[in-house]
Design a protein around this ligand. Sequence first.
Ligand SMILES: C[S@@+](CC[C@H](N)C(=O)[O-])C[C@H]1O[C@@H](n2cnc3c(N)ncnc32)[C@H](O)[C@@H]1O
Length: 234
Amino acid sequence: MSEMYTKHATKYAEAVKNNIYNAMLERPSTLALLDCVKGKNVIDIGCGPGAYAEWFLQQSVKSLVCTDLSEEMVALVNNRFGDQMRAYTQDISLGLPLESDESADVIVCPLVLHYVEDLVPVFEAVFRVLKRGGYMVFSTHHPFADFECSPSGNYFSREQIEEEWNTVGVPVKVHFYRRSLTEICSAVTSAGLVISHISEGNVEESAKAISESTYNHLKNNPNFIFLRCEKAHS
Ligand SMILES: C[S@@+](CC[C@H](N)C(=O)[O-])C[C@H]1O[C@@H](n2cnc3c(N)ncnc32)[C@H](O)[C@@H]1O
């Protein structure tokens, strides 16, 4: 796992609070795919430092479970909200073994799946844990955006990419998987979930005040993709 989410977890938490990519593009675009969550049992997979946890608790969910591969991220969420939710370390590529069948109304997984090589076990676990009539919303890197850094030039092959990101003020190495839209959608539907919405996100106009060039770039180029997937009633 990248040091971005371990050694630099606290700085990461600070960096994504009010930045363009997370606060003005990713979070509003993910939240736009959710119905009212008041009174719902929610699971936040790859919860990071808890930006979503904070929002879910403000919405008066019935229960909230936060999981993340990073012990540092889980500690951050526990420090902030430990008395209001349950958080624990879990590698989502191994599923959600601590969660009961058909126990969650809503599962979110924002900006996590590009770190997972095989998506099939993730969606199988989500299908098992969702109640009938429940749904999952996730965001991930947009396949077209990531294709720009494909070493092979073959859009349809899954490839691990290494980059250095400056999110926390110093360059930090990050590895992630780029893959086709077909691969993402097949993993969802082969698990039994039905895709009900696909969005390519919408950057908020307030981003202009921080960086007009980044705002213009995100208005013209897809960066993330957002899917809502349903577990049918029967
Ligand atoms: C870009 S951050 C997103 C955090 C949070 N979802 C948000 O949007 O604010 C990615 C998170 O995914 C977590 N992560 C990476 N690989 C994971 C895995 N295999 N299982 C669970 N979490 C993982 C990282 O530790 C990190 O907290």
